[in-house]
Design a protein. Structure first.
Length: 156
């Protein structure tokens, strides 16, 4: 098995979060931008293999009329988690990449009273693309299953 790259901390991937041991903050300094402005605090940590886990903490703002987590919030978490998970798994700073494709299957309702996790696995990395898949979960409850393709962009 390939050894996981050492995490490279920068302005987006911050060192350990003081309130959540073992987790790192996925942070954009401008809190008026989508990530923090809509989803709030986002945490990420490496998992076994080529996997990483991103966590958000739902609030009433994130719910639909049925008092479940809104599907748009779940899709937003997936999109951001593809970048965070790829950054953590590959060691490549993906903040300037773009989403090419996301496929998702909603398979259960999200409970807004519990943290929502997206577990991302990098399946393959090529010179220009990253292929990943994963699940959105709350403990043992699977909320969705997804896959995505990211395009690497070098900002020199």
């Amino acid at each position: 098995m390939a050894q996981r790259p050492k995490l490279q901390f920068n302005e987006v991937l911050r060192e350990s979060h003081p309130d959540h041991p073992g987790w790192h903050e996925w942070h954009i300094a401008d809190k008026t931008r989508f990530n923090q402005g809509v989803l709030g605090t986002l945490l990420v940590r490496p998992e076994d293999g080529n996997k990483a886990r991103m966590r958000m903490f739902p609030t009433r703002l994130h719910t639909n009329i049925s008092d479940n987590i809104h599907g748009g919030i779940i899709l937003s978490l997936i999109d951001i988690a593809l970048f965070a998970g790829s950054t953590v798994s590959t060691g490549r700073d993906m903040k300037s990449g773009v989403t090419v494709e996301v496929n998702n299957h909603f398979v259960g309702a999200g409970d807004p009273s519990r943290p929502l996790d997206a577990v991302v696995e990098v399946v393959r990395e090529t010179g220009r693309m990253i292929f990943a898949r994963g699940t959105v979960v709350q403990d043992d409850n699977v909320v969705s299953s997804f896959s995505g393709i990211l395009r690497k962009i070098d900002r020199s």
